[in-house]
Write a protein that binds this ligand. Structure first.
Ligand code: NAD
Length: 494
């Protein structure tokens, strides 16, 4: 058969299943962004006391979007005091039924403004618009809906015991799911009766600050939610403030460890949602086409910027060649490019710093002897992009098999027996998630007991639900988010 090539990307050969191309389908609605974002403290947007701002850029074009307020310790102090006042004056005393109404209102407002939020998330963070639109924003609203229902039923979380909120909660979140991580943190905190000071990640502050506008629109009492944007020092000021009785951190294991060290000896309650290096295990009796979709979703969803990404594929030796061939065919048709295009599968890497980290780890894979394969697709001339990449001949000692890459890079290892699969899957300092693909229910049950991971998906991957607790073991952290277990973290139980 004669070779055919892409019209928009002549370097790319059109392969099986790729016999037509998509015309550009850009999302064009107005995300209603401001040129400058101030801090959201005590129900109002206020400039930082030192009047310092930093730029947030669109990682797909490397152009500035807006100036973001940089909160220092004095701003954080004002926010924590506002939260404490709201807790003792209004929110802590309010009946759960009334608190629930505010959460429902926030959930509905997020739905009303969903399109605007999805575009803002994609512009600021680089993720494909179809993911912001179909996953991040609806899931953020779902977390508020779910927790709204709990607000007047807290006593059922610990029957026969007394539950009470902690007071002021300090929360620090990463950049990979900006609004969704905010919802994971703020929804249970408010349902439980706490007030919040939250710091978003420095590269993705916009949707968190827009969430302040939602709080205003919902008529949330002043001070119940406070958003302080900034970098490391701002985060440190939030977690160390004497009024924050509970600290919830999501981010890298390295920073998580330094926070634990800095809080040792205090009586603050702590939850840590940290990094991962998940094994996605495919047995020879698995439905292979379905498994290949799961492998692709597991590692290329959100450009691989996913703590629970299936970044290590463990495939049974007898089917390894077949799986690899199917995988190569599948990734050849992934569309990498403008995150605002509705057909894009992989958008921009979140920052130049992250792109450098991914590039460096991929180089180490080649240097250490693994075999690299990428689709060779043409990347946009500007912006931070990385091709979907897979490595074969990976050994457990390679850095790419041990370190979290947090990018669209899959390492493939093989195994012969279920015991070897468990041994290899658990041979990591992390323990956040895993996937098992097999036809046998008994094998799923056995594997999920033996795998040291907080979440084990069976014949699927990267599925989330507000009712389901999420969290890790070992260096992936402790504590849970979501479900009854996640809500209990925001309550004192006596
Ligand atoms: P990061 O640890 O660099 O930063 C996370 C947040 O902590 C940011 O807001 C940052 O400004 C802040 N921060 C940095 N240093 C701080 C300090 N000393 N004190 C207080 N705050 C500080 O992580 P990142 O690069 O933004 O995010 C990627 C990491 O997050 C990955 O390792 C990923 O696996 C992890 N993650 C985990 C989960 C989970 O649920 N387990 C979810 C999403 C992301």
């Amino acid at each position: 058969m004669p070779k055919t090539f892409s019209k928009t990307n002549p370097a790319r050969e059109l392969v099986f299943g790729d016999l037509w191309e998509f015309d550009p389908a850009p999302e064009t609605a107005d995300p209603k962004l401001k040129k400058r974002y101030d801090l959201f403290i005590n129900g109002s947007f206020v400039p930082p006391r030192a009047e310092q701002y930093f730029a947030t850029i669109n990682p797909a074009h490397e152009t500035k979007i807006a100036d973001i307020a940089l909160a220092d310790a004095s701003d954080v102090d004002v926010a924590c005091k506002a939260a404490q006042k709201a807790f003792t004056g209004v929110w802590g005393k309010m009946p759960g039924k009334e608190r629930g109404k505010y959460l429902y209102r926030i959930a509905r407002l997020l739905q009303d403004h969903a399109r605007e939020f999805a575009i803002a998330e994609t512009l600021d963070g680089g993720k494909p618009i179809k993911e912001s639109r179909d996953f991040d924003i609806p899931m953020a609203a779902a977390h508020f809906f779910y927790h709204a229902g709990w607000a007047d039923k807290l006593e059922h979380l610990a029957p026969g015991r007394q539950v009470a909120p902690h007071g002021v909660v300090g929360q620090v979140i990463p950049w990979n799911f900006p609004l969704l991580m905010l919802a994971w943190k703020i929804a249970p905190a408010l349902a439980a009766g706490n007030c919040v000071v939250l710091k978003p990640a420095e590269t993705t502050s916009i949707t968190a600050l827009k969430f302040g506008e939602i709080c205003q629109e919902a008529g949330l009492p002043n001070g119940v939610v406070n958003i302080v944007s900034g970098a490391t020092e701002t985060g440190a000021a939030v977690i160390q403030h004497p009024l924050t009785m509970k600290v919830a951190f999501t981010g890298s294991t390295e920073v998580g460890k330094s926070i634990m060290r800095s809080l040792a000896g205090t009586d603050k309650k702590l939850t840590m949602e940290l990094g991962g290096k998940a094994a996605n295990i495919v047995f020879d009796d698995a439905p292979l086409d379905q498994a290949v979709e799961g492998i692709v979703n597991g590692i290329f969803f959100n450009q691989g910027h996913v703590c629970c990404a299936g970044s290590r594929l463990l495939v049974q030796e007898s089917i390894a060649d077949e799986v690899l061939a199917k995988l190569k065919r599948r990734i050849a048709v992934l569309r990498v490019g403008d995150p605002m295009d509705k057909n894009t599968d992989l958008g921009a890497i979140n920052s130049r710093e992250q792109l450098t980290k991914i590039t460096e780890l991929v180089k180490s894979g080649v240097m250490e002897g693994a075999e690299k394969y990428d689709t060779g697709c043409k990347l946009p001339a500007k912006g931070f992009f990385f091709r979907p990449t897979i490595f074969t001949n990976v050994s457990m000692s390679h850095r790419i098999a041990r370190e979290e890459i947090f990018g669209p890079v899959l390492g493939i290892l093989t195994f012969r027996t279920p015991e070897e699969a468990v041994e290899k899957a658990n041979n990591t300092p992390y323990g956040l998630s895993a996937g098992v693909w097999t036809d046998k229910g008994s094998r799923i049950l056995k594997m999920s007991t033996l795998l040291k991971a907080g979440v084990v998906w069976a014949n699927t991957y990267n599925k989330f639900d507000p009712t389901s607790p999420f969290g890790g073991y070992k260096e992936s952290g402790f504590g849970r988010e979501g479900g009854k277990q996640g809500l209990l973290e925001y309550l004192k139980v006596a």
